[in-house]
Design a protein around this ligand. Structure first.
Ligand code: COA
Length: 144
């Protein structure tokens, strides 16, 4: 398995396809909310590739002085194998290379809180709704 930055159009399309399967088909997120203006502008996309297939993806955008991790998705067939953790660790190593960043934040689906807690993220604030799914903000402070 290798994790790379999705720099070409076809790599990004493969990421969008996996996101469609996971968020729209599996989790019933409205398709018009799944893709947004960040995708083809400022988002940095990552893909996990195994046997020539894209089996994981996530993206980072800048939000003030934080790197915001979004759209973390692992193919159903590959869950529970440590792939999501490897993907997140890759992003957590990348984020400090972004200028002026002092934390990594994300909106975690409530069910996924333990996954992010195991990576060192800490939940803060109240539960909020995003695309019909309850979420909490989570933060990982970076060394200054
Ligand atoms: N609830 C509780 N623990 C979880 C969990 C969950 N939903 N998902 C993973 N974990 C735990 C694992 O048990 C494992 O713990 P361990 O180290 O003690 O064995 C650790 O987190 C790492 O798990 P890993 O196998 O790397 O997770 P994964 O590859 O299955 O990826 C998701 C996790 C959430 C990315 C994946 O389930 C997924 O894509 N889900 C659908 C999309 C989604 O909900 N994305 C999150 C949006 S916030």
């Amino acid at each position: 398995m290798e994790i790379i930055q999705a720099t070409t159009k076809s790599q990004r399309e493969a990421a969008y396809q996996l996101r469609y399967e996971v968020f729209v088909e599996e989790q019933n997120v409205p398709v018009e909310l799944e893709r947004d203006e960040h995708d083809e502008t400022d988002a940095v996309h990552f893909i996990a590739i195994q046997a020539d297939n894209v089996v994981g993806t996530a993206r980072i955008i800048r939000k003030g002085t934080a790197a915001k991790v979004q759209r973390v998705a692992v193919a159903k067939s590959h869950r529970g194998t440590g792939l999501g953790r490897s993907l997140m660790r890759h992003l957590m190593e990348f984020a400090p290379s972004m200028e002026g960043i002092d934390a990594i934040v994300l909106g975690a689906q409530i069910d996924a809180l333990p996954f992010y807690e195991k990576l060192g993220f800490v939940a803060e604030g109240d539960v909020f709704d995003d695309a019909g799914i309850p979420h909490r903000t989570m933060r990982y402070a970076l060394e200054s």
